[in-house]
Design a protein around this ligand. Sequence first.
Ligand code: ADP
Ligand code: MG
Length: 265
Amino acid sequence: MTNQPLLQVENLTKIFVSGLINVITVTAVKEASFAINEGEVVSLVGESGSGKSTTANIILKLLYPTSGRVLLQGEDIFSIQKRTDFYKKVQVVFQDPYASFNLVYKIDRVLYNAFNLREGHYSDPEKKEIIIETLSKIGLNANEVLGRYPHQLSGGQLQRFLLARVLIIKPLLLIADEPTSMIDASSRAGILNLIEELRKRENFSVLFITHDIAQAQYISSKVCVMKDGEIVEKGLTESVFGNPQHSYTRDLLESVPDLYSRWEL
Ligand SMILES: Nc1ncnc2c1ncn2[C@@H]1O[C@H](COP(=O)(O)OP(=O)(O)O)[C@@H](O)[C@H]1O
Ligand SMILES: [Mg+2]
């Protein structure tokens, strides 16, 4: 193996077409290219509507691109036929934790089902043991959360629970699409630190999507700045934010005057 990136996004474009009589087209993503290496955290930063989730949803094979390619370990993701082969390797935590659960079932089901995407075969007692161990790694007490329904837990607890699901699956890439924006401000730093801690321990890569430049700066080694579907600037986090080349990046930085007081002394 050469040291090819884990994920390569090449000239990705997505045009949404809607309406029958008055046809409206929206270019949500325009010729976006970036790569993620093994074990690396890359942030995709931009305002609401800039095309971040569309990019994520294409990488997750939830949407087809209009043009361009996404390669995982050098292979075009749209030529991977077997669903489970792909979702063993690429996993996601979405913005709204409640949306990931079927409200009718106890949350336990989500973790038991995760074993369908994990290598190997496990008996029910083995699964239970792994689940309890994983929940403790994630800072959740199994006795307090197992047997509950989604609405009985807070958004922050559910996001942690969904990170436990990711840990059971052990993917190569985690896509986190604004994972803290719908949870209490008081739980946000905890989720961010947890993602970073798990990444270090398990050595997966992360595509971290946020509109919050401070979070991007905190968690990622590289950033891509997205505006109106285009990546206007990308590179090492320190250099992009330390010496922004694009006026939009400077605008974003200026709109967060307390950036340094929030994250640095
Ligand atoms: N299914 C869709 N149909 C039509 N337009 C869409 C669809 N999904 C997203 N868009 C549009 O694409 C643009 C980018 O949206 P999105 O990727 O959700 O941005 P972000 O995640 O950065 O807020 C927006 O203008 C949005 O309205
Ligand atoms: Mg979004």
